[in-house]
Design a protein around this ligand. Structure first.
Ligand SMILES: [Fe+2]
Length: 241
């Protein structure tokens, strides 16, 4: 795992991509890897921003983000996604940090944690569920927008193409994380503790009324009917009993 950045460190990234009235994402590079990461930006009911898996942006794009609303909540969706969290906390000291329960001690090595997902009260736009079957190591962020509901997952479901560079080949082919949508072989070996429970949870998310989008931290968005289909397809990588 790369060491967390203690100063504002900008790696290559794309634009702020608007997905709905209160929802954006940015895709960016990871150090020394072809795999990309995704930051999801949500404008909450009170107008402030929640950032899921924060990525440090160049000043032009960071100003664009700041124009959307004050940064209020930083979500570190597992211990492996804490790279830019300390720099964000330095830049926005009033922002509170949330993470899944199991990740708390490792996230706290780099940034103070204000609460875990069960502590986050549904604010009318955003709510969290701790995923079943993964020992509380990840969750689902569920966002209500004008056009429907979006589910935001972290590493539990990956949705990317195979990579050809050496490290990318290792991650996507040897560790079985592409092509997506899927639950990677590495996840099944390392962090999924109860496959049927996680499978049932992904299927429940697929059945959410008004589901219009599945966003994952690596890499693609599934829109419209493809969102439920992506969740159901990912679930098939898990045993049902
Ligand atoms: Fe990840």
């Amino acid at each position: 795992m790369a060491k967390a950045h203690t100063s504002w460190t900008v790696l290559k990234h794309g634009p702020l991509e608007r997905l709905s009235d209160n929802l954006w994402r940015v895709k960016g590079a990871l150090p020394g890897m072809s795999l990309e990461r995704v930051m999801t930006v949500v404008r909450r009911g009170d107008g402030s921003l929640l950032l899921h898996s924060p990525i440090a942006l160049d000043e032009t794009h960071q100003a664009e983000l700041e124009a959307l609303g004050p940064v209020a909540v930083l979500v570190v969706p597992n211990a492996g996604h804490r790279l830019d969290a300390p720099a964000y906390k330095q830049r926005y000291p009033k922002a509170v940090v949330f993470c899944p329960p199991q990740a708390k001690s490792r996230v706290e090595e780099v940034v103070p944690v204000d609460g875990t997902y069960p502590d986050y009260a549904d604010d009318g736009v955003v709510r969290f569920e701790v995923l079943e079957g993964v020992a509380e190591s990840e969750g689902a962020l569920i966002v209500r927008s004008a056009d429907g509901v979006s589910v935001v997952l972290n590493d539990v479901v990956m949705n990317m193409d195979k990579k050809k560079d050496l490290l990318g080949y290792f991650f996507t082919t040897v560790l079985g994380s592409a092509p997506g949508p899927r639950v990677s072989r590495l996840s099944r070996l390392v962090f999924v503790k109860d496959q049927p429970a996680l499978r049932a949870h992904l299927e429940r998310l697929a059945s959410l009324p008004d589901l219009v989008r599945l966003i994952v931290s690596h890499e693609k968005v599934a829109h419209g009917e493809a969102a439920a289909a992506a969740l159901r397809q990912a679930a098939t990588y898990l045993k049902s009993s």
